[in-house]
Design a protein around this ligand. Sequence first.
Ligand code: AR6
Length: 174
Amino acid sequence: MWKRNGKKMEVVYGDIADQKDIDAVVNAANAELQTGGGVAGAIHRAAGPALAEAGEKLAPIKPGEAVLTDGFNLPNDYVIHCLGPVYHRDSPADVLLASCYREALARAEEKQCTSIAFPAISTGAFGYPFQSAMRTAITTVMETVDKLEHVKLVRFVLFSEGEAEEYRLFLAED
Ligand code: AR6
């Protein structure tokens, strides 16, 4: 766990669609804001069909953008949908990925959320190398969260214990 000025970052191994004590969960979305594989599949399954209907009104979104919907049947008030860069297609990939994290935090702050959970955006179907995406995710959140009033807790949810350990080690180095 990382703490500074009343802000906290933590790492868990688990399912992004099962984060009960968090105000807003982030979706590794597609441009159409519809269901898909990986994170998007898990979030849409848990939220129910109303999430795809809400997505229709806001789509399409661009790489680096984040839009907010209700959480519907999820245990969270909101879903924040980020379109990460497709590695080797959308560039500059690191700038677009950093924008996802900053924009998602901005959407959470606008709704006065105190907690937000992120998956490892772009590191699955979109092919972004895990370590490099992790460094961008953590450094961007560290830089951004200090400036926010409402968001106090940022949780990174990783889908394997090995990936969660990599996040923990990187946070401990700060
Ligand atoms: N909870 C947490 N992490 C997960 C979960 C889960 N339930 N499922 C997968 N991961 P991905 P992307 C991890 O592919 O790369 C979708 O089909 C996974 O191991 O979900 O941004 C959309 O429709 C990986 O480390 O997102 C888009 O078209 C990370 O989450 C596209 O894939 C992200 O994997 C988005 O691709």
